[in-house]
Design a protein around this ligand. Sequence first.
Ligand code: ATP
Length: 354
Amino acid sequence: MAQIRIQNVRKEFGAFTAVRSSTFTIEDGEFFMLLGPSGCGKTTTLRMMAGLELPTSGEIFIDGEEVGMKPASQRDIAFVFQMFALYPHMNVRKNISYPLVSQGMKREAVSARVADVARILRIEHLLDKPVGGLSGGDRQRVALGRAIVRRPKAFFMDEPLGALDAEFREHMAEELRALHDRMGATTVYVTHDQLEAMQMGDKIVVMNHGVVEQFGKPQQIYDWPATKFVAQFIGSPSMNFLDFEGMIGIGGDSVELGGVKVHVPAAREGRAGRLTLGVRPEHVAFRDDAPYRGRVSAVEYLGTTQIVTLSTEHGDVKARISSGQAVREEELVGLDFDARTLSLFDAESGKVLI
Ligand code: ATP
C-alpha cells in the first residue's frame, strides 16, 4: 500500500505545457480519481506517477521517497491499460501466473497466489479455460488478476472501462470498487466521466487545461465547487449560472438579481463587478410569492423527478422538481433559490467567492 504525493509537478511537450504545477496527495488505500475533459492532462499526470513519463519539474513521492526520475519497473506499481492484453495461447491460470513466474517465484508460492487472486476475483472455475473463449467481462477479470497477483503498492488505471457498453460498464465499475474494498490497495483511476468519478472515488482531482481546478471528496466538490469550470463539469443537468453586475461586501449575505434580493451564504471577500450566481437544478423551488420569476419553456419527465426549463431575464434556468408537482408550459412561476446551497463566482476568473 502506498501514499502518493505530487508536488508542483509540471510537464511540457516542446512548447506545449500539458500539466501545470500540480500538487495533491493520494492517501494510502484510497480509490482516487483523475477527472477532466479530453486533453486536460490526466493521462500525462498518471503516466508521470507511474514512471512512464518524466516530469519537466516538480517532485513525485511514493511513501515519502522521491521517485520522479525512477523508471516504472522500480516503483512497485501495476498499470492497467484500457485494452487488456492477454496471452491468447495460454489458459487463465498461466496468464495470471506469468508475472510471478517471470520473476522466478517458486511453483508452490505461485499456485497459492493465483488461487488467492482467483478467489478474490471469483474466477476459480475459469482457471483451466483458454482465454480465447472467455466473455469480455471475464477477460477483464483475468487481466485484473494479472495486475493484482504481484501485490503491487498501487494500481494505476487509465479509463479501464472506456471500451465497454453502458450496462456492462456500470457492472464492472461496481466490481472494481468492491475489489478495491477487499484489497485496500491505493488505486489511481483516470476518467472523463463525472458520474463514474462521483460513484467510485474516495477523492477526486478535477483538471482542466493542465491545471488542477479542485481536489477533494466527491460531495465537497459537488456541494462547494471551487471554480465555475468544476461547477459545470460535475452534475447533470449542470449547475445554473446567472450573470449579473453586482456588489457584495465582506460578510454580506445577499445579492441583487433583477431587482430582487437573493440571500447567499456570507461572503469571505468583498467584490464589485460582474458576478455569477450558481445554483443547482435541485435547489430551485417553485413558490407562488417568490419575486424572481421565470416562464416554463420545457418539461422533461424523468420518472420520480422532472427537469423544468424556465426562461428568466438571466437566461434559461433548469429546476429539478418532483414529478408529482403540476407544471404547465408557458406558465409564469416564482423561483426560490435555497440560500444555503448557492455558489457565487467572480465572472472573470471563474473562482468561487463564497
Ligand atoms: P484524453 O482523455 O483525451 O487522453 P487526457 O486528459 O488524458 O486526455 P493527456 O493524454 O494527458 O490528456 O494529454 C494532455 C495534452 O498533452 C494533450 O493536448 C495531448 O495532445 C498532449 N500530449 C500528450 N502526450 C504528448 C506527447 N507525447 N507529445 C506531445 N503532446 C502530448
